[in-house]
Ligand binder design. Structure first.
Ligand SMILES: Cc1ncc(COP(=O)(O)O)c(C=O)c1O
Ligand SMILES: N[C@H](CCC[C@H](N)C(=O)O)C(=O)O
Length: 445
């Protein structure tokens, strides 16, 4: 499956953003995350057109947890989207990239005092309050700092999205948000409205990730709009902003069949409109927080093929020079990926193999069972749709340095994150004095 600007060039190599991926692998080394800028921008525009063009009060905020670097913040800003951050680190990155603070939304189920202070000092757009502890702490801090931040209350709506257990978040048994079913949500809202140093402007809910159609969102909308009606009746409070979260799915492999964003957006907006009329409540501005669907299919990881182990009648393992340290999703969620042999992009697919990583775990697999052209040591393998939750969930397991990322556009390739070096790996190591009596020599690689 080809995505965005992918094509096969005259050498029979896979090209992305007008760049030959075999040349990219040579120039920048592997593993290498390659980001197709044009596709990333197209994805941003699909959301903008679907949710914001006809509804200027709506906001599309990119869930930066999917993939964040300062360069990505620049593109998101240029595409007129806001930014969802979930930690001091993401907030810091956004601020350092000069992202407009008023378009930053801060999530998280256990924000620290320091993180909240940072958010208040920088007057960010919205703080999404997840629990009682945070609500009181934020109000106290804001009082001391003489601020009145705009907040949302996060609601746990009790909606089961049809997706993987670990990427469901809206169900009753969830660590996120104030439950609707036991009255906690309404109590929190009533209480927040009495607080002097927070300004409650909206509600938030998020039901999960990798959702393919509007049905689960409609269930969420039904619950939330009925709740808005209840709030109007019992508290006399009309909700101005309703954040429906992210979760829009993408096609990793051929059998995945998500509806186009424009279609889902139109069904969502239609449902919101209909409920406002039917329930006789003001139509709230809608906020959505796509992560995966903005960056997922715009990313491809290039690897070099190394050892190949054929167990006749059992399986042929093809090992690459990365693995679960740069893409943990197969091991963690049983995620499925597609791949292209970049230097043999035209060749006939002739053998079934499994793509293994180089880390010290049997579960360190990238793809179980894929049919590819005959593959040999030294080939460049391009695993597609690795833009979301690969780099951002990468680790240094086995002390593998994290790969570099390049942004490709119109024949140009620019590094947006440098490859980590062995020096980076030991940068924060400390050898306590009592262990240093023998000189430890570190070879200079
Ligand atoms: C609150 C919230 N918003 C948005 C997202 C983004 O989800 P996705 O990448 O599936 O769009 C997530 C999940 O990571 C989330 O928890
Ligand atoms: N935070 C998201 C899920 C992120 C899933 C992501 N880590 C992945 O690799 O698919 C949620 O709660 O819906």
């Amino acid at each position: 499956m080809f995505h965005g600007t992918m094509k096969i060039n005259s050498k029979g190599h896979l090209e992305i953003g007008g760049c030959d991926t075999v040349t990219l692998a040579k120039k920048f080394g592997t593993p290498l995350y390659v980001i197709d800028e044009e596709l990333l921008r197209q994805n941003c525009r699909a959301f903008y057109n679907g949710f914001k063009k006809d509804y200027p009060g709506n906001e599309v905020i990119y869930a930066s947890k999917a993939f964040m670097t300062m360069a990505i913040c620049k593109i998101i800003e240029e595409e007129k989207l806001g930014l969802d951050v979930v930690s001091g680190g993401e907030l810091y990155t956004a601020l350092k990239a000069g992202f407009p603070a008023e378009k930053i939304y801060f999530h998280g189920n256990n924000k620290s005092r320091e993180e909240l202070i940072m958010a208040l000092e920088n007057n960010i757009g919205r703080i999404i309050v997840d629990n009682w502890y945070e609500l009181n702490m934020l109000n106290d801090l804001a009082k001391k700092m003489n601020k009145v931040p705009n907040i949302y209350i996060r609601i746990s709506p009790g909606v089961e999205a049809h997706t993987h257990q670990y990427v469901k978040t809206g169900q009753i048994d969830s660590k996120f948000g104030f439950p609707l079913f036991n009255g906690d949500a309404i109590k929190a809202i009533e209480y927040a409205l009495t607080l002097e140093n927070v300004n409650l402007v909206g509600l938030h809910s998020h039901i999960g990730s990798q959702i393919f159609d509007a049905e689960s969102y409609k269930a969420e909308i039904e619950i939330m709009m009925n709740f808005l009606k209840l709030l109007k009746e019992f508290l006399g409070w009309e909700v101005g902003e309703l954040d429906l979260g992210g979760g829009f799915g993408i096609a990793y492999v051929e059998e995945d069949d998500p509806q186009p964003i424009e279609q889902i957006a139109s069904e969502i907006m239609q449902a919101v409109k209909e409920y406002s009329v039917a329930l006789n409540i003001k139509m709230p501005n809608i906020i959505v927080e796509p992560g995966r669907s903005i960056i997922g299919n715009a990313g491809t990881t290039l690897y070099t093929v190394g050892a190949i182990k054929d167990i006749p009648g059992v399986r042929k393992y093809v090992a690459v020079d990365g693995g679960m340290s740069d893409n943990i999703r197969t091991a963690l969620y049983g995620a499925k990926y597609d791949a292209i042999v970049a230097n043999k992009a035209k060749n006939i697919k002739s053998e079934k193999v499994s793509i293994a990583g180089k880390l010290c775990e049997s579960g360190d697999m990238l793809i179980w069972d894929i049919t590819l052209p005959k593959i040999e040591e030294g080939d460049i393998l391009a695993v597609t749709c690795t833009g979301a939750y690969n780099y951002s969930m990468a680790s240094n397991y086995n002390r593998l340095p994290r790969p570099a990322a390049v942004l490709v556009y119109n024949g140009q390739a620019d590094i947006i994150v440098a490859r980590e070096t062995y020096e980076d790996l030991i940068r924060n190591d400390v050898i306590p004095e009592r262990l240093t009596n023998e000189k430890i020599k570190i070879a200079n690689y």
